[in-house]
Design a protein around this ligand. Sequence first.
Ligand code: CMC
Length: 431
Amino acid sequence: MAEPTRIAKLELDGKSYDLPVHSPTLGPDVLDIRKLYGEADVFTFDPGFTSTAACESAITFIDGDLGELLHRGYPIEQLAEKSSYLELCFLLLYGELPTAGQLADFEARVTKHTMVHEQMHNFFRGFRRDAHPMATMVGVVGAMSAFYHDSLDINDAWQREVAAIRMIAKLPTIAAMAYKYSVGQPFVYPKNSLSYAGNFLHMCFAVPAEDYVVNPILAKAMDRIMMLHADHEQNASTSTVRLAGSSGANPFACIAAGIACLWGPAHGGANQACLEMLREIGSVDRIPEYIAKAKDKNSGFRLMGFGHRVYKNFDPRAKVMKQSADEVLGLLGIENNPTLQVAKELERIALEDDYFVSKKLYPNVDFYSGIILDAMGFPTSMFTPIFAISRTVGWISQWKEMIGEKNQKIGRPRQLYVGAPKRDYVDVRHR
Ligand code: CMC
């Protein structure tokens, strides 16, 4: 960590404490409170980490007020337009854009690892057919540590690298297998002559009885969806991966923990919930009813795909996603898709409504992604698994960054205890 740029003072009970202030490359300054407990015998209280930086990171930066998302300094809009998912993976993992040779080598390394251990096929068969693919993925990715023993040693940089490549390569295969299993079709092996995104579509939609040709429009759209979900700095699932990894847990177990966290409807599960909500609304004339419900605190209902902890202006990913939805549905000749019409009108009405304006609630990445995935032929239950495939590189990059730190410590928050004070045990006869 760089030297502090100045010192803040905390006055407490007549004493003064120095808090070093660190200045990041971008973003607000950070008060360093690491010595506070030792010196002043107090904790800080910040449930939900609304004001707490839990780590140093050089991977992704979000400016919530400007609606800006940078990966290693590069704006997401430029990456989404000019780059590819695997190039972005390289950037996130290694810090710089690859040369043509480095990219070809990286693509070859990922491609070589797309198959899963054959015995994993049996493992899938232990699940119920109607299991949610996210449930299957949490189990299967966690179980990778039972199959790939030669990439479990987190203190060996080479093994960390192999684990990273394995997960980026195999997550699409595992997600596609979870899908195939749920619809009762045979697993489709990866085809390494296809692109990363094209191969995923192939593994999901090909069947042995027919030839399947990947639609290049859909492969490109899938690649872009993956790019838009690749990393998002210290979000809930990434923080989960870091916390799990801080104890020294193996990388497969850590990513399984991240997948479990992602599943929640406030996080990655929102894409499934959002499309289900749009379908439930069904037609433009029912929108006011749902807007009123979202504003009513007693209803327990929120507009899914709306709002974000960090973005208080707009989510730049949502802008690209909306444009992509228009393009893809247009190219497929289904631009009059009723769900897209409901989404656009809902967005327009919400953005003019005082409640949403005053609370700075805007469409997030999940608002339009489901419409594209639906048009591609995916059931809603596959939306969050596709988010998980895409985010795997972010989780691994953040995990590798953490493990590579010299002073890495186990994550161990403190608490504001509000339970009973110390008391004596009471025998059952006297209670
Ligand atoms: N609909 C209606 N009201 C909302 C919504 C919404 N979608 N989101 C926030 N609010 C209200 C909330 O009730 C609260 O009101 P008040 O101040 O009167 O109590 C205020 O806005 C602030 O909400 P919060 O829950 O304190 O904000 P947060 O930063 O803790 O939560 C969020 C952020 C994304 C969890 C939340 O906006 C939400 O639940 N959105 C819907 C789910 C969703 O789309 N999640 C995907 C997030 S982006 C992709 C990802 O991270 O995976």
